[in-house]
Design a binder for this molecule. Sequence first.
Ligand code: ADP
Length: 162
Amino acid sequence: MKKTVAVYPGSFDPITNGHLDILMRGLELFDKIIVAVAHNVEKKALFTVEERMALIRESIKGNDHVEVDNFDGLLVDYVKKVNARFVIRGLRAMSDFEYEFQMASMNRNLNRDMDTIFMMTSKDYFFISSRTIKEVASFNGCVSGLVPDIVEKKLKEKFALV
Ligand code: ADP
């Protein structure tokens, strides 16, 4: 039987329980999901791509339906390279919609064979973004329950709060 592979791209700087929720729910739809960490030149990252990948790997705890990778350049090229057809993105609010709609339309314009599947955030995670997590953690605020334990630990180390 043909296995369906999807790519879940993003900055994941760092991965949060919101990302993990989308990932786990995505696995109900796809046989395999490749979490692809983007080398994003525009966003100044707290964690290196390697650190972000390591945090994702530790957070998925050896789930063999999930692969962790990184990519540079156009998402459509990466999706073609790994022989996938679907891209997963999460939606939190109307504000996400506009950007995501533009990106999905642009990507479809670049590659007709690619489709973006949107998954709605869960009620417990709609207010979580990597950016707010970093902000709160930088002031020693509690992010427990919003990110995997390993991420909480690494955030403390980054901000030298241990
Ligand atoms: P990007 O820099 O590409 O926006 P992010 O790492 O911020 O990447 O997010 C990757 C994907 O995960 C995006 O589609 C984003 O909307 C989604 N996402 C992030 N946080 C949440 C959340 N709390 N609930 C649902 N989806 C989320």
